[in-house]
Write a new protein. Structure first.
Length: 256
């Protein structure tokens, strides 16, 4: 039986991340054993599974991505293009709601902005190097945006019956943080706490009248959960159809 040779890569023997000591040589051997075709063509999904199996934090996953070359794929969109596209779509929807009413196509197109923002929150959580700063930035932008938002929707600087989208995105971020903590601890008590905290975030989004309410937070959670497995896009599409055509009961995002 012929053996498969892997091109060896010089790695630093030890790196320390938030108290975790990572022996990259042992991980290299572990990866080569699990995937004999060599870690040169390893996918990010496979590396994520290895980090989860060994109880390593998100920071370790990000660091190891730099030490092990990932399998390359053709991409037509990056994070910056998606952000710009989402902002343009949001502007289109807000123009329909304020200064150009009657053009329904503008809101049909503009409603596509929210799924992009929700997707970016899920991806941003997985790639951020500082969760606390990420959450604080969302909170600050939400507070800064609230007065102009209230002036448009309620005609007053304080309108408690509708909050801007930044607070909903913050609740979504906190929800996936709770679920990710449970995923790393892998205990029944941790999963119960994570699910309850995620449900609490959905409830908070609903009772504070944020855009899309609890289903908005559920959309962020959906993008976090439905990733890193084959046909994840199909699961995301099916759940988006469920959320928008069935559960939103009229406040849907047209898909055709």
């Amino acid at each position: 039986m012929s053996s498969v040779r892997c091109k060896q890569k010089r790695v630093q023997p030890v790196k320390i991340i938030f108290g975790y000591v990572l022996n990259l040589e042992s991980i290299t051997l572990f990866l080569a054993k699990q995937k004999p075709s060599c870690y040169n063509t390893m996918s990010t999904a496979f590396l994520r599974k290895i980090c989860d199996a060994r109880g390593l934090p998100n920071a370790a996953f990000i660091l190891l991505q730099g030490d092990f070359p990932m399998k390359k794929s053709i991409r037509f969109l990056d994070a910056n293009i998606l952000r710009g596209l989402a902002c343009l779509l949001m502007l289109c929807d807000h123009m329909w709601a304020t200064i150009i009413p009657g053009n329904e196509w503008m809101t049909w197109v503009g409603r596509l902005a929210f799924p992009i923002f929700a997707f970016q929150i899920a991806e941003g959580y997985l790639h951020t190097s500082n969760f606390r700063n990420y959450a604080v930035r969302l909170l600050l932008f939400g507070l800064i945006s609230e007065i102009p938002f209230d002036l448009v929707y309620g005609g007053t600087i304080f309108y408690p019956f509708h909050q801007n989208v930044m607070f909903k995105l913050l609740f979504g971020l906190l929800a996936i943080k709770a679920l990710d903590n449970a995923r790393q601890k892998r205990t029944g008590k941790a999963w119960l706490a994570g699910i309850l905290l995620a449900a609490l975030c959905c409830l908070a989004a609903s009772v504070t009248f944020t855009d899309y309410g609890a289903l908005g937070v559920a959309t962020v959670i959906m993008f976090y959960l439905c990733r890193d497995f084959r046909f994840a896009w199909a699961a995301q599409l099916a759940l988006m159809i469920l959320f928008n055509f069935v559960l939103f009961t009229g406040e849907y995002i047209p898909l055709t």
